[in-house]
Design a protein around this ligand. Structure first.
Ligand SMILES: [Zn+2]
Length: 545
């Protein structure tokens, strides 16, 4: 006599996404684990009086999506504060901030009493999509409030606009950080330098933005509110696990708090910024700690570091100059971008963390940066067993792809970045014809490289990424739907040492599942396929009504 299942999904098209991808009619779940997958008749033998049976009416069931690169608190911030990514003009952004200011004034708290704050914050504006392409400046934000501090963060978080209240409070702390005039490219040093009349414009960059980010860093209660908002957003998109990148925030503590309270609706693998390496080592936390059974939702992941910047800022490190480098100081002397962490410093960090048995993951976008990371990994004992990863690798050379395969290094890539790869897009402007050699998913898979998909929360949404990866601007690099779905499931699971319990549907794996309204193999627009149910650890965490 076998114990009854807690949950049975039947009359479904269950895809294992294994190799080969097999389909079944039903799946049964007990105690957070898949206990049977197969014909409806066989699976329904496990239905007992307490079992919840869901008739999927022929819908597709997949292993839950794992987003291998997230910043959940950022998702939470744009959900809780003003989301400026939807603004089509400076005026619209100001209007959204006014609405948020009214909420703040009414005392709609973000967290608990301890976090009561008068800041009016907006995230994610992108003036490059507006008719009048200019940064939000002090004059705009003084219209939002003359008494409360107002900050509008640009999408890339390297530029922000502030009102007079913020300038008054923080001018001293933002000395040489750089304050831009409201034009797109003029950069001047110091808060004192301003517009023609010598007044600060309220457009601040880089170090000054860091001051604002620290000043607005959420406390524990507010962080819990942000994570709750973000996890609802993620599970509604079929995400059952994330590899979250954390640095100097309350997020790791909050993930564990919520898990302990039974309120965490996602698996979270925490990739800690290298600043935390010594602390982790001291308290004895190592890669994969906390992942002993499927019930542990929070796991220690890799040590995260940077090498270069971004294409947007012309700071990704290239072997050949930017196509549009002329005259941009940010592109550096030889117009090939900048090191954020130089190769020597990177080598030392990699050697140190690898020696203590940590998995490493390094942000590297330009071809020179990717080569530097591979060179550092090559010096370690066994980069393949350690599953060291590279994040982004947007412009990898043929040789680099071969080295990924030889070393067993994981390629953690973000297919939604393909939104920049079209003719006339960002890659075209920065890289010219090299745009067609970006994000080489087909070449990576064909070389035998482990491919993990993620979103970097720009925006979070696996089906958007799958859609873009199957319709690559360079058709030679497109993936099949099955391959793209695997990169968002078993591929990401592998990057987190989780391939035995996550990323497929089989007896004995964790019950992390997503039910889709339409088949991604049969729709015209994968990004528009709705999620009808998401199950994490056997628990229904999202259900569309
Ligand atoms: Zn990121």
């Amino acid at each position: 006599m076998t114990a009854a299942a807690d949950l049975v999904l039947t009359n479904a098209e269950v895809h294992t996404l294994g190799s080969p991808d097999e389909t079944h009619e039903a799946v049964a779940v007990r105690d957070g684990e898949v206990v049977r997958v197969g014909r409806a008749f066989d699976v329904e033998l496990l239905v007992g009086v307490e079992t919840r049976v869901v008739d999927c009416e022929g819908r597709v069931v997949l292993p839950g999506f794992i987003d291998a690169h997230t910043h959940l608190p950022m998702v939470g911030r744009s959900l809780v504060h003003a989301d400026l990514s939807t603004a089509d003009s400076a005026a619209e952004a100001v209007e959204l901030l006014r609405e948020r200011a009214a909420e703040v004034e009414r005392g709609d708290e973000v967290g608990g009493d301890g976090d009561k704050t008068d800041w009016v914050l907006g995230y994610g504006y992108d003036e490059s999509t507006w008719d009048e392409s200019r940064y939000l400046a002090r004059d705009d934000l003084d219209e939002v409030s003359e008494t409360a501090p107002v900050v509008a963060f640009r999408e890339d978080l390297h530029t922000a606009g502030v009102n007079s209240v913020v300038l008054d409070r923080y001018a001293d702390e933002m000395p040489d950080a750089g304050v831009r005039t409201a034009g797109r490219d003029a950069v001047s040093e110091g808060v004192g330098d301003g517009d023609a009349a010598g007044e600060p414009t309220g457009v601040v960059v880089e170090g000054a933005v860091d001051v604002l980010r620290e000043a607005t860093e959420p406390g524990r209660e507010e962080m819990a509110a942000l994570v709750r908002a973000a996890q609802s957003y993620a599970t509604a998109r079929g995400v059952t696990g994330v590899h979250d990148m954390v640095r100097g925030s309350r997020a790791p503590e909050v993930y564990r708090d919520l898990d302990e309270a039974g309120e965490l609706d996602l698996r979270v693998r925490i990739n800690y910024w290298s600043d935390h390496l010594d602390a982790l080592r001291e308290v004895g936390l190592r890669t994969n700690h906390g992942g002993g059974s499927h019930r542990d939702l929070v796991t220690v992941g890799a040590i995260k570091t940077f090498t270069d910047g971004s294409f947007g800022g012309r700071t990704a490190k290239l072997t050949e100059p930017y196509a549009d480098a002329a005259g941009d100081p940010a592109a550096a002397d030889d117009e090939t971008g900048q090191w954020v962490v130089d190769p020597e410093e990177l080598r030392e960090l990699v050697a140190d963390a690898d020696e203590s048995s940590y998995q490493l993951t390094a942000h590297a976008i330009g071809d020179a940066a990717i080569d530097a990371v591979l060179a550092a990994y090559e010096e370690t004992d066994d980069p393949g067993s350690a599953r060291h990863r590279v994040e982004h690798l947007e412009l990898a050379s043929d040789e680099a792809i071969e080295r990924f395969a030889e070393l067993g290094v994981v390629a953690s890539v973000q297919p939604n970045f393909l939104k920049w790869a079209d003719e006339g897009g960002l890659y075209d402007a920065r890289l010219g014809e090299r745009r067609l050699r970006t994000n080489r998913y087909r070449d990576l898979l064909d070389a035998g490289v482990d491919l993990a998909f993620g979103s970097d929360c720009m925006p979070l949404g696996p089906l958007l990424g799958v859609d873009l990866a199957t319709d690559h601007p360079n058709p030679d690099q497109s993936l099949t739907v099955t391959e793209a779905l695997r990169a968002y499931t078993s591929g990401a699971a592998y990057a987190g040492f989780d391939e035995d319990r996550l990323g497929t549907v089989a007896a004995g794996t964790a019950a992390d599942l997503v039910v889709l309204d339409e088949s991604p193999w049969e729709t015209d627009s994968i990004r528009d396929v709705a999620v009808s149910m998401t199950v994490v650890d056997g628990r229904v965490v999202f259900e569309r009504d």
